[in-house]
Design a protein around this ligand. Structure first.
Ligand code: MF3
Ligand code: CO
Length: 249
């Protein structure tokens, strides 16, 4: 079932999203060789508590942490750990903010110190692919239009799009219908309607798109060990076009 939101509900989710964006802005300043993803996880939990919010992922289906922290070949749902990040690593920090019951979800991949040119290109292409997808998130378009735009752009740049994880509707719970693949065909799938709130969160690999699951049952990594990046925003479908809820303004 799809939970279409009222303007007021969207406004509250936007407040959660602004707080999430502010927290990402602080994370960006913390990322450097030597910091651990467990320290970042604790930072996020403290930051949210200070602002009257909670990390919705903690306890969700038994997930144990406030954030997902996916390093290098980890695609998503990496567990925060006590090992320091190193120069040349990339790390995706993904979390969901609950502010007075309103949710927002956003992930960002950060470079640790200086990364290779190929990895810089991966980050650039993955971030741009998110905006290619967002452009398609307009009333009357179909879900396949989003995936098609992302896949076409990513593959033209020589990278691959992960198939095993998708964007999703959000609110009142983290994962709601409709599911939004980051690949697909133009003109296929359900039509987007005013008031839908969805995430678009392409995961892009340097090598093959296939993933494998770690022993912990959560963390997905690339099958060939190639690096994987991800950028995610929460977006409302409105009369005035796509409204990104997870930005500062
Ligand atoms: N933020 C993640 C997403 O984009 C949610 C992960 S669920 C968790 O869908 F349990 F792993 F946190
Ligand atoms: Co999400």
């Amino acid at each position: 079932m799809i939970h279409v939101k009222t303007e007021r509900e969207i406004k509250l989710m936007h407040e959660a999203g602004k707080l999430l964006a502010a927290c990402h802005q602080e994370i960006a300043k913390l990322i450097e060789p030597g910091i651990t993803t467990m320290e970042i996880d604790h930072f996020v939990e403290t930051f949210l508590a200070k602002h009257g919010a909670t990390p919705e992922q903690k306890g969700y289906r038994g997930y144990p942490y406030a954030t997902c922290a996916s390093i290098n070949d980890e695609i998503c749902h990496g567990f925060p750990r006590n090992e320091p990040l190193k120069e040349g690593d990339i790390v995706t920090i993904d979390f969901v903010v609950n502010l007075h019951g309103a949710l927002a979800d956003s992930a960002w991949t950060y470079a640790v110190g200086k990364v290779s040119e190929e990895v810089q290109k991966l980050l650039h292409v993955t971030e741009q692919s998110l905006y290619k997808g967002i452009e398609q998130a307009v009333i009357g378009n179909r879900i396949g239009d989003i995936g098609h735009a992302i896949q076409t752009y990513v593959e033209a740049n020589g990278f691959s799009v992960v198939r095993d994880f998708t964007g999703h509707g959000i609110g009142p719970t983290i994962h709601e219908e409709p599911y939004i693949p980051h690949f697909g065909e133009k003109g296929k799938g359900m039509r987007l309607k005013e008031g839908m709130v969805i995430t678009i969160e392409p995961m892009v690999n340097i090598g093959a798109w296939q993933s494998k699951m770690d022993q912990n049952g959560w963390t997905a990594r690339t099958i060939d060990g190639s690096y994987s990046a991800q950028y995610e925003h929460t977006i409302a479908i409105t009369k005035n076009g796509p409204l990104i809820l997870t930005t500062l303004s």
